[in-house]
Design a protein around this ligand. Structure first.
Ligand code: SF4
Length: 236
């Protein structure tokens, strides 16, 4: 599946010119996952990511092109130990998956897309209260003072996400990217809407939408995204 490849390429280009820090995944440490959303009161917060009018964006792209070759955690901008005030925030996840189309099993493809979507909303690191808005593609995080004191870092949060995604059988590699640099978050923001359009169209295709391009509301997406129409019409 190459539907998201142009977005992945644009994301990588933006991050490459801004510069990133890569954290080792080997021997990584999982930050405790509380299993459910934890309420952190404002009085207990060290700072918020993506809150207080700061720009915020979240999106996830999948590919089968072999461009995500290993698990990786990247950070662009200050890490959590370096922040002492509210900050802009982006969390981007790029996933290398098995070729879902080659399996000829649309149920498997559907389950995989659903499982990937599920993980997006179901990682609950201790002292790290996440609020994701599907409607606006924003993610806000309130980080507790006690978590900062305990040494919380994107390095551990990233590893916690990777471990969760890797439980999905079709997922081969995961790149989790955290951004707190304002200019970079702003550059990434417009890409989230395009990711949304692709995911919605893909879900409709997997849902069994009739192949009538002349009367289809997804036509503009299929006109723009390479491989989408071929996928629906069953051409390889
Ligand atoms: S291929 Fe045609 S029918 Fe299928 S989603 Fe795209 S525009 Fe709609």
């Amino acid at each position: 599946m190459k539907l998201y490849d142009s977005i992945i390429e644009k994301t990588q280009t933006i991050l490459h010119s801004a510069g990133t820090t890569s954290f080792p995944v080997q021997g990584g440490r999982i930050w405790k996952d509380t299993g459910e959303s934890e309420l952190i009161f404002a009085r207990d917060a060290a700072f918020e990511l993506g809150g207080s009018q700061n720009p915020s964006v979240n999106y996830t792209c999948v590919t089968t092109s072999g461009i995500i070759r290993q698990d990786e955690i990247l950070c662009c901008g200050p890490d959590l130990q370096q922040l002492n005030t509210d900050s802009p925030f982006a969390r981007i996840v790029l996933l290398e998956v098995e070729d879902l189309r080659e399996t000829q099993d649309s149920e498997k493809a559907y389950d995989t897309i659903r499982s990937i979507e599920y993980v997006k909303y179901h990682v609950f690191p201790a002292g790290y209260m996440v609020r994701v808005s599907a409607a606006t593609n924003q993610e806000q995080v309130r980080v507790s003072r006690s978590a900062v004191k305990a040494g919380i870092s994107f390095r551990y949060i990233g590893y916690t996400y990777i471990r969760k995604y890797r439980k999905i059988p079709a997922v081969k590699h995961v790149r989790v990217i955290f951004v707190t640099d304002r200019a970079v978050v702003q550059q990434l923001q417009p890409l989230a809407g395009k990711v949304d359009d692709i995911t919605k169209t893909l879900t409709h295709i997997l849902d069994g939408l009739p192949t009538d391009c002349g009367h289809c509301s997804m036509k503009s997406v299929c006109d723009e995204v390479e491989g989408m129409r071929e996928m629906h019409l069953g051409k390889h």
